[in-house]
Structure formats: C-alpha cells, structure tokens
Write a protein that binds this ligand. Structure first.
Ligand SMILES: Cc1cc2nc3c(=O)[nH]c(=O)nc-3n(C[C@H](O)[C@H](O)[C@H](O)COP(=O)(O)OP(=O)(O)OC[C@H]3O[C@@H](n4cnc5c(N)ncnc54)[C@H](O)[C@@H]3O)c2cc1C
Length: 368
C-alpha cells in the first residue's frame, strides 16, 4: 500500500506515526527545508475545551502512543477586559512550543517518525494522486480543500505576534479582550520561560490597520503588566482563514489538520484536533476504523465553537467587563476544579451552545 502525506506538521506527523505503528511506511512530502521551519511561537492545549477528554497530553500518550512534552502545565489564566482583570485557577491545560525550535511539537513528533521526509518538495497534489493509493492532505491551510470545492470559510483573521523579554510566571498565560482596541478580537501572552513570552493578537475586522492596532495593544499590555517589554522577534499573517471542509475524505484523499478545519473559531485552538485527525486518517487507511465516523464529534465541536465566536463578537466591552469581574470568585475556581477533575466529562461549550445561539439570533433580529 502506497500512502503519501503532504505536510510534515503536527497532523501529518501524527498520521505518519500511527501508520508506522500499523506496519505502513508513508512517503512524506514537506515544502520547507526542515520540520517546523517557521517563526517560533508558544501555543496552548486547554484540556477543558476538549471534553470529554480530561488531559490532552496523557490522552495522546496513552491512547495513541504519541509522546509530547509541553512547556508547562497551566494553573492560572489572567483575563483582562477594558476595565477589569479576572483570573481562572485550576488544572486548565498546557502550553507548548511550535516552529523552528528543537523542542517544538513538530520536532518532537518528527523524532517519533522513522519514514523519510522529502524536504523542499514542490510536488503537486494532482501528480501525487496518480502515484499513490492514498493521499493525506496535511498542508496546514485550506488551499487544496478550496481547489477541490470542499471547504467553507467562516472567519478571515489578521494575526500578529512577537517574542518579548520581561518577567513572567511560566504557568500563567494572559488574555486580553478590549474591543475598542482589538475589534472583535483578542490578544494573549504565553510565557516560554520566566524571562521570555509570546504575545499575539487575532482579530477579524480586516478593514483596520494592523500596525496601528498592534501599537495600541502593545502599550496596553505593557501597562497591564507594569513592564517595559522588549520585542526580540515578530511575525504577521494577513489572511488566516478559519473554516471547515464539507467532506473529511473524498475518494482516497483525506483532509486532516487545518485542511480538515481543525481550528476552533472560538479561541483558535487547533492542535489537538490536528493530532486526532492525523491518527484517525491512519486508522482508516489501515482498515481499523472509519475516518468519517471518527471525525463526527470534531464537526460538532466546530459548530459549537462558531456559535461561541458569534456570541463573543456581539458582546460589548461593558458586558465583557461584567463577566471578567465575576471571575474573581471562589465559586468559579470550584467549577473549574470540578470540570477539570478526572471523573467527569462536563462539556461547557456544548451545554452553553443553545443559550448562546438564542442570544445570537435575538441580537440579529434586533439589529435588522
Ligand atoms: C499564531 C497562531 C497561534 C495558534 N495558537 C494555538 C493555540 O494556542 N492552541 C492550539 O491548539 N492551536 C493554535 N493554533 C492553531 C494550530 O497551530 C493549528 O491548528 C495546527 O498547527 C494545524 O496543524 P496542521 O498539521 O494542519 O498544520 P501545520 O502544523 O502548520 O503543518 C503544515 C505543514 O505542511 C507544510 N506544507 C504546506 N504546504 C505544503 C505543500 N504544498 N506540500 C508539502 N508540504 C506543505 C508546511 O510547511 C507545514 O510544515 C495557532 C495558530 C496560529 C497561526
């Protein structure tokens, strides 16, 4: 059986590891010169958003024998709104490194792959298709899914990020919601260490000028943290598209990772779903389980998450202030503690979706 994987990112490499464990050696095509050859950034895996799974890192280790080592466990997140600061405490999840770093997730995965990776690949899908029994599209974007008329876009985002030097608590990321500065968007800071962190903004209003928005946001962050942060590296993505494929598999082509629609529109989390789609596509190729069946919950999660995003977008700064203020409450920590505990699988997003949908529909009628 000849299997091609296009893209040696987290979904493609997870697929390769699983194929190899089941006796299949894939041919991997990677357009860059090495694994993760792009900007270094810090990302997070919030297990609380992957219900009913309790701990994403242990889950992939125990169930798929894929070993990933994070930067640290997150025990507190600070939320900053226009006039309030709140925090959530508990076993929230993990932070991890991505990109051109020896300990990035993609480099950790590459060490678990035995098959050869063909770097600097310029091979096109249509040519690969003719030579292989199965093609797994893991290119990290929707380009091929769009070409195959198999993709629905829901958001077009502007993204800008920097690496900063300062003083941080490694296990405490920060998130900012301030629509006056970041229209319908948010910013976050994830520490790599006590001295270095990654700071990013994402917003959906593409008419606003990113550099002006960035300058205002950066001043806000320095003020919030009471620090004079020093920028050491930066990156920008003008059109980061968030959407989902219509079909997870067409003939012998599998759509995985961002090609599938792994990114949740709510907060932009896509790593865990990328790993799952990689593993699940390999199961299907090996005749173990059906890809279409396995990814059904991921389609559902995406749909809950788009409702959540629309809910967030219709809030005002005043309403966000109200919710953030309410976070400073021991009851919230108790709720997080209960939700994070090993013996329950409460999925808040799923439970809250009907209410958020009602609010969204009402707001739409009101604005007509
Ligand atoms: C700034 C930013 C912050 C994020 N933060 C988070 C976060 O905190 N938590 C979270 O869960 N998710 C986060 N995400 C989303 C997450 O990173 C993605 O969902 C995930 O990396 C997608 O994995 P993938 O395998 O689809 O793509 P990638 O891991 O990007 O891999 C795609 C690979 O395909 C290669 N490739 C591209 N085109 C071709 C081609 N034609 N032929 C061969 N190879 C090709 C690329 O070079 C790359 O190596 C973030 C994304 C961004 C941009």
């Amino acid at each position: 059986m000849e299997v091609a994987i296009m893209g040696a990112g987290i979904s493609g490499l997870s697929c390769a590891i699983t194929l190899e464990k089941n006796g299949v050696t894939p041919t991997i095509f990677e357009k860059r010169k090495s694994v993760g050859d792009r900007f270094v950034n810090a990302e997070s895996l919030f297990s609380i958003l992957n219900r009913p799974i309790q701990d994403s890192i242990s889950y992939v280790a125990e169930n798929f024998h894929i070993k990933l080592s994070p930067i640290t466990e997150v025990d507190k997140i600070f939320l900053h709104s226009k006039n309030q600061v709140g925090s959530v405490n508990g076993k929230i999840g993990y932070t991890n490194i991505r990109g051109r770093h020896a300990n990035s997730f993609e480099n950790q995965l590459a060490k678990q792959v035995k098959s050869k990776i063909n770097f600097n690949s310029t091979d096109e899908y249509k040519d690969i298709c003719k030579k292989f029994d199965y093609v797994v599209l893991a290119t990290g974007d929707a380009e091929y899914a769009v070409k195959l008329n198999n993709y629905r876009y829901d958001l077009r985002c502007a993204v800008k990020g920097v690496t900063v030097k300062g003083e941080f608590i490694k296990s405490n990321p920060h998130v900012w919601f301030n629509y006056e500065i970041l229209p319908k968007g948010y910013g976050w800071l994830i520490p790599f260490s006590k001295e270095e962190a990654h700071l990013v903004i994402v917003y959906t209003d593409s008419t606003s000028e990113i550099d002006q928005i960035w300058d205002k946001f950066f001043s806000l962050v320095c003020k919030s943290l009471d620090q004079d942060l020093k920028i050491t590296d930066d990156f920008q993505i003008k059109n980061y598209m968030v959407g989902i494929c219509n079909e997870s598999k067409i003939d012998n082509t599998y759509f995985i990772g961002n090609c599938f629609g792994a990114i949740s529109p709510g907060f932009g989390f896509g790593q865990f779903a990328s790993i799952l789609t990689g593993v699940y596509s390999a199961y299907d190729i090996c005749g173990l389980e059906s890809y279409e069946e396995l990814v059904k919950p991921l389609f559902e999660n995406y749909n809950h998450s788009i409702v959540f995003r629309r809910f967030l977008e219709q809030l005002t700064d005043k309403q966000i202030d109200f919710y953030v203020d309410k976070l400073n409450n021991k009851i919230i920590d108790k709720v997080v503690g209960t939700v994070s505990s090993k013996n329950n699988g409460i999925d808040f997003l799923r439970l809250a979706t009907p209410i958020m949908k009602l609010v969204n529909d009402y707001k739409q009628i009101e604005s007509r």
